[in-house]
Design a protein around this ligand. Structure first.
Ligand code: HAM
Length: 428
C-alpha cells in the first residue's frame, strides 16, 4: 500500500524542523523586541469572515478550502491571518476606537490555499504575520517597515528592497478604477481572457497581469498616484522621505495592488534585490481600514504584513548557506554501555539538562564499542560520557574531551565544575 502526503503539502522533519525552529525563534524575538503580543486563532473560521477578504480575489473565489460541518455550517480553513486576527481583536474587546492605544499582535501558523504548487508555493504553508491596530498614523506605518528591516537583518538579509505604492482611499480608488475601466474597455478585444473577466469583477487586478498584451495596455494608463487626494499623496510622500532618511531601499511600483482586496493607501512587498520580478515576494502587507470597519464596526485602521516562512528559509539559504548549520559546539554525548548502568546515565542526563548543558542521550546500550565510536564520529560532540558498570557501582562519571582526548573521572558533586573546565580547555 502506498500513502503519500496531499499535493502541495510538506513534511517537516530532521534538518527542516531545526530550520523552522530557528526561524520562528528569531521572528518571536524581534516581535517581543517591538512589543507585539503572540496570538493564536482557530485554523478554521466561519466562511463569511474570509469572504470579507474580497469575493472577487483569487484567494476567495478559487483557493479556499471550504466545507460544511455536520451541522451544515460553512467553515473555511484560513487562507491568511489578517481577517482572523481582526476578528479575535474585536470579539475579545481588545480594540477601543476612541483611545490612543496601539494594539500589536503577531501570529505564526499554517494557512491553506488551493494554488498550483511550485517552489515556495504550497497549499498548506506557514506564515508569520503582524497586525498593528491604531488610528491611521505615519508612526505605525514606519514601525512596521522598521520591524521588517530588523527581521531581515537578523537573518543577514541585507540585499533586499521594498516595493511600495499607495492605492489611496475608497474615493480616489473608485475614480481611478472608473478611469482605467473606461480606457481598457476601448481595447477590450486585445485584453487577455482573464482580464476580460476582471474588467467587470476587479479591474485593478489587471495592473498585475503577466500577459504581454495586457502589460502593453497597462503601460499607457496614468499612475494611480495622480488620482490620490492631496492628503493621501502627502502621507505617501512622508513615508518615502522617511525611507530615504533611514537608508531603506525601496522602489515605487504604481502597479502594485496586492492580491487581497482589503487594502487602502500604503501597500508593500519585499523582494530579494537580485530578483527581477515581484512573483516571489518574501512578504507582503499594507494598511487595511475597510476590513477593520467591516469586521469590527469601528472607524479604526490597521497595518500589517505576513512572511511565508518557507520562502524566508529558501532565501536565507541562498544568501547564507551556513545560516542553518546546526551548532554542536558544546554538545555532550551520554550513553550507557550496559543495562545495569542505565539508571546512572539517566541521572547524569537529568542533572545536565537542569544545568542547561546541550546533551545528546543515546538510548542504545549493550552495543559493541564500535557502535559508540561511530555514533560519536557522526555527532562530533565536544565531550562524551560513556557509563559502564564500574561507574555505576562507584558512583563516578568518566568524561572524555574529544578534541584533547583528555579523560577524567569525577564524583557527581564535581561534575558541573569538571565539565565547565573541560569545555574551556578545548584547545588543550
Ligand atoms: P499575502 O501576500 O497573500 O498576504 O501573503 C504573504 C506572504 O505569504 C507572501 O509574501 C508569501 O511569502 C507567503 N505566501 C503566500 N501564499 C503562499 C503559498 N501558497 N505558499 C507559500 N507561501 C505563501 C497576506 O496573507 C496578508 N494577510 C498579509 C497582511 C497582514 N496584510 C496585512 N496584514
Amino acid at each position: 500500500m502506498n500513502y503519500n502526503k496531499p499535493k502541495g503539502t510538506k513534511d517537516i522533519f530532521d534538518v527542516d524542523s531545526f530550520k523552522y525552529e530557528k526561524t520562528t525563534n528569531i521572528l518571536k524575538k524581534v516581535s517581543n523586541d517591538f512589543n507585539f503580543k503572540y496570538i493564536e486563532t482557530p485554523i478554521f473560521e466561519y466562511t463569511k469572515l474570509f469572504n470579507r477578504i474580497g469575493e472577487e480575489t483569487d484567494v476567495v473565489s478559487k483557493e479556499m478550502y471550504t466545507f460544511e460541518d455536520r451541522s451544515k455550517r460553512s467553515l473555511t480553513l484560513r487562507p491568511e491571518g489578517t481577517a482572523s486576527a481582526t476578528r479575535l481583536a474585536s470579539e475579545n474587546n481588545l480594540l477601543n476606537p476612541t483611545s490612543n492605544n496601539h494594539l500589536k499582535l503577531f501570529y505564526i501558523g499554517d494557512m491553506f490555499r488551493y494554488e498550483r504548487p511550485q517552489s515556495g508555493r504550497y497549499r498548506q504553508f506557514k506564515q508569520f504575520g503582524v497586525e498593528l491596530y491604531s488610528k491611521p498614523s505615519l508612526s505605525s506605518d514606519i514601525e512596521v517597515v522598521l520591524m521588517i528591516d530588523s527581521i531581515l537583518k537578523e537573518f543577514n538579509i541585507m540585499n533586499y528592497k521594498f516595493v511600495i505604492n499607495s492605492i489611496g482611499g475608497k474615493n480616489s480608488r473608485k475614480k481611478y478604477v472608473d478611469f482605467i475601466t473606461k480606457e481598457l474597455n476601448k481595447n477590450f478585444n486585445s485584453l487577455s481572457e482573464d482580464s476580460k473577466k476582471r474588467i467587470k469583477s476587479n479591474p485593478l487586478r489587471i495592473l498585475d497581469s503577466k500577459d504581454k498584451g495586457d502589460i502593453e495596455l497597462v503601460k499607457k494608463l496614468p499612475n494611480i498616484y495622480n488620482f490620490l487626494s492631496l492628503e493621501e499623496k502627502e502621507s505617501f510622500d512622508k513615508i518615502c522621505i522617511f525611507l530615504d532618511k533611514y537608508g531603506i531601499k525601496y522602489k515605487i511600483d504604481y502597479l502594485l495592488v496586492r492580491g487581497l482586496d482589503y487594502y487602502n493607501d500604503f501597500v508593500f512587498e519585499v523582494v530579494d534585490e537580485s530578483n527581477k520580478s515581484r512573483t516571489d515576494s518574501i512578504l507582503g502587507g499594507g494598511r487595511y481600514s475597510s476590513l477593520v470597519k467591516d469586521i469590527t464596526g469601528y472607524e479604526l485602521s490597521s497595518i500589517g504584513f505576513a512572511i511565508g516562512i518557507q520562502r524566508l528559509i529558501n532565501l536565507v539559504e541562498k544568501i547564507n548557506p551556513d545560516f542553518y548549520e546546526e551548532e554542536n559546539e558544546s554538545l555532550i554525548y551520554i550513553s550507557s554501555l550496559t543495562e545495569k548502568s542505565l539508571p546512572h546515565s539517566f541521572a547524569i542526563r537529568d542533572f545536565l539538562i537542569k544545568e542547561k548543558f546541550n546533551v545528546f542521550f543515546d538510548l542504545n546500550f549493550d552495543m559493541k564499542m564500535k557502535y559508540y565510536f561511530n555514533k560519536m564520529n557522526k555527532l562530533n560532540p565536544e565531550l562524551s560520557i560513556l557509563v559502564g558498570d564500574k561507574d555505576y557501582e562507584k558512583n563516578l562519571i568518566t568524561i572524555k574531551n574529544n578534541s584533547t582526548k583528555e579523560v577524567i573521572e569525577v564524583k557527581f558533586s564535581e561534575l558541573k565544575n569538571a565539565l565547565v573546565k573541560l569545555m574551556s580547555n578545548k584547545n588543550g
